[in-house]
Write a protein that binds this ligand. Structure first.
Ligand code: UD1
Length: 426
């Protein structure tokens, strides 16, 4: 699946109905595909979403000499032979998460060369925590020519006590993977507690890794000499879940979603409730959204898990722009993640951004307009706004959407939304 240069046309104001199937979690799958590098035997991954980002991560593994086969949502990976220690720049530069490969490559081969991922649409996103953690485990790290060269000490990485200045998801994952094959005990303090970190730990455990405390602020890993074959199923995507809950709320449609893990979306449900919407568990892994007639404004601040996820900030901004009253959205995780506000304003929203705060005054209606998706979650915000707007919305920049939402347009069509991809020049 290559980057799509077409645009999405949405004819707003359709009522949605029915049930949507939630795909496997993008961020869990990305880390787990990288984690398959740790395993010298067959790895079968199930519920892997079909996404441009996952294809890119797979291409990195292939460039390292790993065998990968995909059939539907199953990915079969065999990393018994890793013939290169160098991840290709062309791919790493397009997918920040591919930097996370540095942990498993270094643990398996004793040397890893991975390009610095560089900035991205939502901020600088440095990798200093990853690098410092690996150094703590005895690695020598040199950065030259835009490439991080990491060398394990003779005898391999050593267990270490690591403290993260910030609970970075990626750094927690890189270091946890590296530690599974290090000699001795590693502890990661102030670790990220995201469900995707727990899923990666569970995947590593299924291969024989000894990990305790994933999902808490302190993870303890006792290194083992070798991991073994596994067959592992990835959790449902909590951000896709949240996006469809808002699709129901913003179109006033009581749609159902499955499979979902309600405890992964506690802050999302809490904020929907604060706005007057209800979520009903119709089965243990199925939720229905019951929208309010008029959603109320509510303040939101993004935080590391279990706080409100930064990846839901843009989609919520679309709903808040149509709510009754005023509120403030504060972004604390990334420094440049509010560019969708200007695009929402083109559709009639009243949002003023100052630094990392957005003051949102609810308006009674949005109107369709040509808009540009500036990053992955911004694309979702514009689709949601387009569903609720009067008239036609034309969204450019669909390559962002395809990075992280599996067939979002198709899933919405199946719920009754009126939208289609058309060539950019039509
Ligand atoms: C992951 C998610 C992304 C999500 C983010 C926060 C994946 C593939 N992506 O990104 O969707 O939005 O978590 O929940 O899982 N930082 C540093 N130095 C570092 C690492 C991070 O300063 O070495 C900073 C970042 O610039 C950012 C903050 O820490 O301001 C959080 O980043 P982090 O949790 O690492 O995000 P990612 O793992 O890149």
């Amino acid at each position: 699946m290559e980057a799509d240069r077409s645009v999405l046309e949405i004819w707003g104001k359709s009522q949605l109905q029915g049930q949507v199937k939630i795909s496997g979690a993008k961020n869990a799958a990305l880390a787990i595909v990288a984690g398959a590098l740790l395993c010298p035997e067959d790895c079968r991954l199930q519920n892997v979403p079909s996404l441009v980002d996952i294809n890119r991560m797979s291409q990195i593994l292939e460039a390292l000499g790993v065998k990968i086969e995909r059939q539907g949502d199953i990915l079969d990976i065999n990393a018994s032979q890793i013939s290169s220690d160098r991840a290709p720049y062309e791919i790493v530069s397009q997918l920040r998460a591919s930097f996370f490969c540095i942990g498993p490559i270094l643990a398996r081969l004793g040397v890893a060369r991975v390009p610095l991922p560089g900035g991205c649409e939502i901020g600088a996103r440095p990798v200093d925590f990853h690098v410092r953690g690996l150094q703590g485990m005895g690695a020598t790290v040199q950065i030259n020519g835009g490439m991080v060269h990491a060398y394990a000490p003779p005898g391999g990485l050593k267990g270490a006590k690591i403290y993260l200045d910030y609970p970075s998801v990626g750094a927690t994952e890189t270091l946890m993977m590296a530690a599974t094959l290090a000699e001795g005990e590693t502890t990661i303090e102030n670790a990220a507690q995201e469900p995707e970190v727990i899923d990666l730990a569970a995947f590593c455990q299924s291969m024989g890794a000894k990990i305790q405390g994933a999902g808490t602020k302190k993870i303890a890993i006792s290194g083992v000499a070798k991991l073994h074959s596994t067959d592992y199923t990835i959790i449902p995507d909590r951000i896709e879940t949240g996006t469809f809950l808002i699709a129901g709320a913003i179109t006033h449609s009581p749609i159902s979603l499955a499979p979902v893990v309600p405890e992964h979306i506690t802050p999302i449900i809490a904020k929907l409730q604060a706005m007057g919407a209800e979520t009903i568990a119709v089965a243990p892994n199925q939720l229905r959204i019951v929208p309010a007639e008029n959603h109320r404004a509510t303040d939101i601040e993004t935080q590391p898990y279990p706080g409100f996820p930064t990846d839901m900030q843009a989609p919520f901004m679309a709903l808040l722009s149509l709510s009754r009253g005023s509120c403030v959205m504060t972004e604390t995780v990334f420094e440049n993640r509010m560019r969708h506000a200007a695009e929402l304003n083109r559709m009639g929203a009243d949002i003023r951004v100052k630094g990392n705060n957005a003051a949102i005054r609810g308006v009674p209606m949005l109107s369709g307009a040509p808009v540009v998706a500036t990053d992955l979650r911004a694309s979702a915000a514009l689709v949601l706004a387009g569903l609720a707007a009067e008239g036609t919305t034309r969204i450019e920049g669909l390559h962002h959407m395809d990075r992280g939402y599996e067939r979002l347009d198709l899933k919405l069509q199946q719920l009754g939304a009126k939208l289609q991809r058309v060539p950019a020049d039509s």
